[in-house]
Design a protein around this ligand. Structure first.
Ligand SMILES: Cc1ncc(COP(=O)(O)O)c(C=O)c1O
Length: 423
């Protein structure tokens, strides 16, 4: 609940927008302008000092309706950002032109040569590439651990020479793409606080793409940043690419500065579409989760399926179930399966789906199926990929809002095709 005792979903049609300032239009107009006019140059000077981090904002200053240039921010982004920050339980949000832009803004904003970034494996293929092949060029050391090794994996990584004393960030993509393996956010926060020094604070950044903001609230567990591929559940219609970062005001200035300087700000049109999407996000995510539960139950008993990776099937006693119970509010709608028959079985299955699209991405209102090892995670070193649990037999499913019985019928015939392909 917000301080005004309304639920977040009720604020998604209202917060941050005054219809009377736009001829009474119930929906905000798209502000298609690259630059913004000031009444006085002194106002422009004050605003530029604050957005360039030259001085903190004074208490008597209000820049909530001040803009200068579209690469900095613009009114459509401001509406979306206020609403997503509310959902996420964070202070300030910044919208980006992709999830990768949001992730790299936090990395570039806070990591320096000599710093260590600890991260769980597997993670999304492009994030893996940025960590291992780009940050390393700037003297930043990525240290991976296997998510399925849980908190012991983090402890072991921190015990490696030079890790704890140079720790600057713990990056937790949780649940991870594509295995749904989880990191214990509260434990990551405990470790980051333990190894922070007054002159060298360590941060926890959580990629909340798979469950957030509805089914996981990293700020309740002490995280510093949440990151999103807003392309996915937030946008929800597979019709745009966007990203978001949410965090406390004292840390977000630097993230917004990176966004403006690198030019990775979302466009007004993207901001408008994202705002539209937030209005139905809860309905979509709940419907998708309900459908996924039915689909997962069906897959769990199928003879052509070797293994199902779905949070709703974690059993009591499994350490991952304890993490789930502690930090997740629902299992979401991502399911991966290992199809019997290895890569050939997985390919036969994917070539046979009809209602599911054979496509990367996830979180849209249509169901998608893909082969992580050769598609979304193709750029990951094959050894690291296997080590992280991504098998050649794995197929990732993103469940949409179609009738679950129709999805199951499609899976039934695709699994039959995979069985026919097996020797
Ligand atoms: C977990 C996760 N994080 C980040 C990204 C990157 O987001 P984008 O494609 O919007 O740049 C993706 C994309 O699939 C993802 O699955």
């Amino acid at each position: 609940m917000t301080s005004r005792e309304t639920h977040p979903e009720s604020e998604m049609m209202r917060l941050g927008y005054d219809a009377q300032l736009a001829s009474g239009a119930v929906k905000p107009p798209v502000y298609l302008t690259s630059t913004f006019a000031f009444k006085k140059v002194e106002d422009a000077e004050a605003y530029c000092q604050v957005i360039n981090n030259l001085r903190p904002q004074r208490e008597d200053e209000d820049f909530s309706n001040t803009y200068i240039y579209g690469r900095d921010t613009s009114p459509n982004l401001a509406i979306f950002e206020k609403r997503l920050a509310l959902w996420d339980g964070g202070e300030v949000c910044a919208a980006f032109d992709s999830g990768m832009a949001a992730i790299t803004a936090v990395f570039l904003g806070y990591l320096n040569p000599g710093d260590v970034i600890l991260f769980g494996e597997p993670c999304y293929g492009c994030t893996d590439f940025v960590l291992k092949s780009i940050l390393t060029r700037f003297g930043i050391r990525p240290v991976g651990y296997r998510l399925i090794d849980g908190n012991e994996g983090i402890r072991a990584a921190l015990a490696q020479p030079g890790v704890a004393d140079h720790l600057r960030m713990i990056y937790a993509e949780t649940p991870s793409n594509p295995t749904n393996a989880m990191a214990d956010i509260g434990f990551c926060v405990e470790m980051a606080r333990r190894y922070s020094r007054p002159d060298h604070r360590a941060f926890v950044a959580v990629d909340n793409t798979f469950l957030g903001p509805l089914f996981q609230r990293p700020f309740d567990h002490g995280a510093d940043f949440t990151l999103y591929s807003a392309t996915k559940y937030i946008a929800g219609h597979s019709d745009l690419i966007a990203g978001a970062c949410v965090g406390p005001a004292e840390l977000m200035g630097q993230v917004k500065l990176m966004r403006a300087m690198l030019g990775t700000t979302a466009s007004p049109h993207t901001g408008w579409l994202l705002t539209r999407s937030l209005e139905t996000m809860k309905l979509r995510m709940e419907a998708q989760a309900a459908g996924a539960r039915k689909v997962a139950d069906y897959l769990a008993g199928h003879p052509a399926v070797e293994r199902v990776y779905y949070l709703g099937l974690l059993q009591p006693g499994d350490p991952q179930r304890a993490v789930y119970d502690k930090q997740c509010l629902g299992p979401g709608s991502m399911i991966s399966i290992d199809v019997k028959g290895g890569k050939a079985g997985a390919f036969a299955f994917l070539n046979a789906v009809r209602l599911f699209h054979l496509a990367v991405s996830l979180g849209g209102n249509e169901s998608l199926a893909e082969h992580p090892a050769t598609m979304t995670h193709a750029e990951v070193d094959p050894e690291d990929r296997l080590e992280g649990g991504i098998t050649d037999a794995m197929v990732r499913l993103s469940i949409g809002i179609e009738h679950p019985d129709d999805l199951i019928a499609d899976l039934e015939q695709a699994l039959a095709a995979s069985q026919r392909s097996s020797p």
